[in-house]
Each structure stands twice: as C-alpha cells, then as structure tokens.
Ligand binder design. Structure first.
Ligand SMILES: *Cc1c(COP(=O)(O)O)cnc(C)c1O
Length: 355
C-alpha cells in the first residue's frame, strides 16, 4: 500500500531527493567516495554549497545586499543569534505560539522585548491583527507559520520597522518580499532537507549595529565573511537541500509550490468542514496551508483512537496532533503530492460511513 507521510518535522521530502541523497552517501558522482567522507573544503563540496546558495537566492528572489547562509544548529539557535546580532536596545515580537514564545524568551537576554500581541488567550488558534508596532524598536519578529497550532501569516506584513521571521515550516512554499525583512531563518527539517541544518537570509547592512561583543560562532557577519564555512557545515544536509532546491525549480518554483499548497489544503479543509465527525482548530482566515490541525467534533471525541488507527491502516501516516492541541495534524509540505491530501480526505469520508 502507498504510504503518505504527514510528519510535522523531520518530514517528507520528494522521493527523488531522498534517492539522490542515498546515492551520494554510497558514491558521490562516481568518485568511489561517500559524500559524507569528503572535505567541506573540497572542490566538489564547494560546487554543492555555491549552487545551493545561488538556487535559494533565485527561488526566493533574494535582492542584492542579502546573503544566504547554511549553518548547523537548527531554528532554535537563531532564537538566540537574532537578538545577539540585531537587538541593540528594544525589539517587538508577535506571540503566535510555542516557537514565537521561545524566540521571545531568548531575546529578553539581550534587551527590552515588547510583545505586540498574543493569541495565547485562545490557545494560539488565530493570528492577532490590528496590533500596534512601536516605531522605536530594532525589528518586529514574526513566526510565519505556526507548525504546532496550524496558523499561518500568508503575507509579508507592512511594518514601520524591519521584519525578522522564523520561516522554518513554510520556507519556499510561497513567494516572499524579502526586502521587508532584515533576516529570515529556519530549521531545514520541515520543508528543505533533513535535520541538522538551518538556513538564514540576512541583510548585510542591518548587521553591525549592536555594541556588544558577539562570539564568532554566533556572529552572522563572521559566517557571511566565511561563506558558511567558518566551521564545518552539515555537508550531507546541504546536499539534500540542493537536490530539493533543484526539484522545486524543476516543478515550477515557489509560485507552483504555493498553488499546490492551496490545492492540497483546500481538499483537506473542505472535508473537515463537510464531515460532521471533525472540526478544525484554527480560525478559518488564519488556517495554515502547511499544517492542518483538526480534532474530533464535540460528541465524537471517543472516536479519536479509532480514526488514528483507521488512517494508519489506510496509508495515512503520522497525523497525530501535537500534545498542546491534541487531535490530529496533517503536515502538507512542498513534497506532499495532491494524492496524499485526497487519500486523507477519503479516509475521513470513509471512516464516517463505516462507523
Ligand atoms: C520546528 C520549528 C522550530 C524548531 O526548530 P529546531 O530546528 O528544532 O530548533 C522553530 N520554529 C518553528 C516555526 C518550527 O516549526
């Protein structure tokens, strides 16, 4: 039976990307050596890193004056690096969930943090709007897609101050106006590659404005000067990222990724709204196209375990919700084919018929 993998992260990658990675592990480019065994300073790896950087810039239409980095450490490392490098005195954060809260916690170590708005009153089921952004902060930090709660900011908001965004779980799933941001970062393991890698887009002229000394390994400027090679970067995940970037380009780029995301999510949300057994947890206008959260409708709660088993038996894998929301979460990143969304919707429909 065909299996569709709805894991939230690490998550599904295009099959050909997994196969190309597997092949490179055994024998890279017919060299008779594993890519894992090659120096990060080798000519071969330099080509990989350069192409990955160029393709990332091309696909996201990154303007002049920005640099793209591939570093270890994950998104959580940037929760600390962002304020270290950008917070001179005061920063604003939009609190839309667990990851946003964690980012804020780190920022408080470096200066004053203004929470411009929070949706914690309703378990982060919506994205606050009409909040005021102070004009005297160094940046406004947002989480573009709230992986746990299934809400998404699907636009680059207008702000009097530069934006900084955690785009871990929706990077390269839509066009982004990078010029509104001083920094965009994320862990690779949701929509780009396997775990162990993070990506960063940094506006170079926005660096160097803090008075504090920054340890080299946490200094974006040092990483830019060294072309992501200040220390040994995660070489194999960078290769996987390259294969995935090539795949995205061949499929039609981020515009096509956005079209597919809307199509997949439409199929699943339509079924959630139609089927009396289920209901969505996020408010409709903020529903994420990447992470679709739903629970058993009131009165049907006791069917949760049965539906989980039913889905699993029908090839719909890893839809268990995060513990802070409960129920189910279907993560539909770039690699998820529309057939996966259809299989999930059909499963929900058939389950309702069978019980
Ligand atoms: C998964 C996730 C993180 C944490 O990423 P790590 O790489 O594990 O540090 C941060 N932010 C968002 C939005 C995420 O989805």
């Amino acid at each position: 039976m065909k299996k569709y993998n709805f894991n939230a992260g690490p998550s599904m990658l295009p099959r050909e990307v997994v196969e190309q990675t597997a092949k490179a592990v055994l024998d890279y480019n017919g060299m008779g050596l594993s890519l894992m065994e090659l120096s990060h300073r080798s000519a071969e790896f330099k080509l990989i890193l350069d192409e990955a950087r160029c393709l990332f810039k091309e696909l996201l239409d990154v303007p002049q004056g920005y640099e793209v980095l591939f570093l270890g450490g994950g998104a959580s490392m940037h929760f600390c690096m962002v304020p270290y490098n950008f917070l001179a005195r005061k920063a604003a954060y939009l609190n839309t969930g667990t990851w946003a809260s964690k980012a804020m916690k780190e920022a408080r170590l470096f200066g004053e943090v203004v929470e411009v708005a929070s949706s914690s009153d309703k378990n982060f089921s919506y994205i606050p709007k009409d909040f005021e952004i102070p004009g005297d902060v160094d940046y406004l930090h947002v989480t573009s897609n709230n992986t746990i709660y299934g809400t998404q900011l699907r636009e680059d908001i207008d702000s009097p101050v530069p934006l900084i965004a955690d785009m871990s779980s929706d990077i390269l799933s839509r066009p982004v106006d990078v010029s509104k941001y001083n920094c965009i970062y994320g862990g690779a393991q949701k929509n780009l590659a396997q775990s162990g890698l993070s990506f960063v887009v940094v506006k170079e002229s926005a660096l160097g404005n803090v008075a504090r000394e920054i340890p080299s390994i946490l200094n974006y400027k040092v990483h830019i000067e060294n072309g992501s090679m200040f220390n040994t970067p995660p070489t194999l995940p960078i290769y996987t990222a390259l294969c995935n970037l090539r795949w995205i380009k061949n499929q039609g780029g981020v515009v096509e990724m956005e079209r597919r995301a809307a199509e997949r999510a439409g199929i699943v949300y339509d079924e959630i709204d139609r089927n009396p057994l289920f209901c969505g947890t996020a408010v409709e206008e903020n529903r994420s196209l990447m992470n679709i959260d739903f629970v058993m409708a009131p009165g049907y709660e006791e069917l949760e375990g049965r539906f989980a088993a039913y889905a699993e038996n029908n090839g719909v894998v890893a839809i268990k919700g995060h513990r802070s929301v409960g129920g189910f979460r279907a993560s539909c990143y770039n690699a998820m084919p529309v057939e996966g969304a259809k299989a999930l919707a059909l499963c929900m429909k058939n389950f309702a018929k069978e019980i």
